[in-house]
Design a protein around this ligand. Structure first.
Ligand code: NAD
Ligand code: 6OD
Length: 485
């Protein structure tokens, strides 16, 4: 069985003198690789290497040369597309249609866009009038923050890691990436790309392992890690915040969601149906932006519920390598147990299933971590199933009468990441979009991305925004230089 190494200061760390852990293929439910388990001492070594690199060739490189290297990283990801695709699919079990159209191209696009944005970034300057009439000029320089700790989840491994690594490097920082223990492969592969294009040693480091009391926590609490960018569960964000408090580190948090979709009676029925199928079941519901609470106007509720049920039943759960496969497995047995426990709760809380609610066993993949696409209805707004993030191919359908009522229900949650609204009434679209408490609202679409826009959540869904200039600002410190004329 192959071993996935880590990368510290340009040195590949294999299994020699290190323990390892299993890396599962979730479609098959079997381990397919071993992963080097890094120690807390390894994290310290990575930090020392990353600090050194800040002051070495990387720190001295011109902006032009730096962004040219990052463009090369983007090109090389595309040249090694098949290797990235195979690694991402083995780690996650996601269908080839999804991984080839979204995950891998976005991995490259993240480098390209942030390299170009950094290259064309201006800086503020202010002229100050002084009593002597001569004045002073202030200009603002964006300095690297230093060594950035990048802690990532398993649902879109390459996409979400590069979403943070690309702007961090573009602004001149060095990074230590801790991918999810479930999906380590593409972070290591990106290390090969960095080496191949000539990114200096120590600029991009990867440590593998777990969170609490392991490498994740060691990054968060290391005094020389200047900032932490984290995507994952809200509960983990809260634990990281507490552990980082002693060091007053800047934190960027992209956390969980319990996102509403609202389908008004005047919506284009077919588009709303297509869009909601996507927003509920994409990546087996394992996208933080997925709709888990779907509110449908009573005038179309029965028709919509029936049509969405038919769509769910039409999803193809099969070999992820087939272009015709539309839904893959959940990430792990532990996660499948969690999702299954919410299916049990649906019944206990008085809901009914329109479809699904059980595990699935596609032919040839009987031992994998699959569940049926699932739709429930009949639960009260206070049910746990309506309040807690499930992160599986699941939604609950609730009918509504009035706009005000549905806005209230949509907002009655501790989360506030994203919402989808389906209506042909432009005034209503603006009104509702402005009233929904969420960082991102999509109207008549879902997960349509422009990488220049701010991305993040309100309430328990996150702190701060990344995307466009927001990323460049998080991954830099503004320094004001005031020069008396
Ligand atoms: P998770 O919080 O369990 O783990 C995320 C990462 O944090 C992993 O690398 C893990 O090892 C590490 N970690 C765990 N505990 C830690 C600790 N105490 N200290 C340091 N590191 C620690 O999340 P997950 O299960 O990997 O991902 C799913 C969650 O991520 C869902 O809640 C989903 O909504 C959220 N998510 C949010 C966004 C967003 O943009 N808002 C995007 C993707 C996923
Ligand atoms: O598209 C992105 O940039 C992004 N951060 C997506 C997050 C998806 C959550 O699972």
């Amino acid at each position: 069985m192959k071993t996935i190494p880590s990368l510290i200061g340009g040195r590949w760390i294999g299994p020699e003198n290190r323990s390892q852990f299993d890396n599962f293929n979730p479609a098959l439910g079997v381990p397919y690789a071993k992963v080097v388990k890094n120690s807390i001492e390894d994290v310290d070594e990575a930090v020392q290497c990353a600090k050194k690199a800040l002051h070495g060739p990387w720190g001295q490189m011109s902006l032009g040369d730096r962004v040219a290297l990052l463009e090369k990283v983007a090109d090389t990801i595309m040249e090694r597309f098949d290797a990235f695709l195979a690694a991402e699919m083995a780690d996650t079990g996601k269908p080839i249609s999804l991984a080839s159209q979204i995950d891998i191209p976005r991995g490259a696009a993240n480098f390209r866009i942030f390299a170009r944005m950094a290259a064309s970034m201006g800086s503020d300057s202010f002229f100050t009038h002084t009593p002597d009439g001569q004045g002073a000029v202030n200009y603002v320089q964006q300095m690297p923050v230093g060594v950035v700790g990048v802690i990532c989840p398993w649902n879109l491994p390459l996409l979400l890691m590069t979403w943070k690594v690309a702007p961090a490097l573009a602004m001149g920082n060095t990074v230590i990436v801790k991918p999810s223990e479930e999906t380590p492969a593409t972070a290591t592969l990106l290390g090969e790309v960095m080496e191949q294009v000539g990114v200096p040693a120590g600029v991009y480091n990867v440590v593998h392992g777990f969170g609490p009391e392991c490498v994740g926590d060691a990054l968060v609490t290391h005094p020389d890690v200047a900032a932490i960018t984290f995507t994952g569960e809200s509960r983990t964000g809260s634990a990281i915040m507490a552990r980082a408090a002693a060091h007053i580190k800047p934190l960027s948090f992209e956390l969980g969601g319990k996102n509403p979709a609202v389908v008004f009676g005047d919506a284009d029925f077919d588009k709303a149906l297509e869009g909601t199928t996507r927003s509920v079941f994409s990546n087996c519901g394992q996208v933080c932006l997925c709709s888990e609470r779907v509110y449908v106007h009573e005038s179309i509720f029965d028709r919509f519920a029936e049509a969405l049920t038919e769509k769910a039943r039409g999803l193809v759960l099969a070999d992820p390598q087939l272009e015709t496969t539309s839904m893959g497995p959940l990430i792990s047995q532990v996660h499948r147990d969690k999702v299954q426990s919410y299916f049990d709760l649906v019944k206990q809380e008085g809901g009914t299933f329109l479809t699904g609610g059980v595990t699935a066993q596609p032919q040839g993949f009987e031992n994998g971590f699959w569940v049926e696409p699932t739709i429930a209805t009949g639960l009260s707004e206070t049910a746990r199933v309506q309040k807690e993030e499930i992160f599986g191919p699941f939604c609950h359908l609730t009918p509504f009468k009035e706009e005000e009522e549905v806005i209230h229900m949509a907002n009655d949650t501790e989360y506030g990441l994203a919402a989808a609204i389906w209506t042909e009434d432009l005034k209503r679209a603006h009104r509702v979009a402005q009233s929904v408490e969420a960082g991102m609202v999509w109207v008549n679409t879902w997960f349509l991305r422009d990488l220049r826009t701010p991305f993040g959540g309100v309430k328990n869904s996150g702190i701060g925004r990344e995307g466009g200039r927001h990323s460049l600002e998080f991954y830099s410190e503004s320094k004001t230089i005031c020069i008396k004329m």
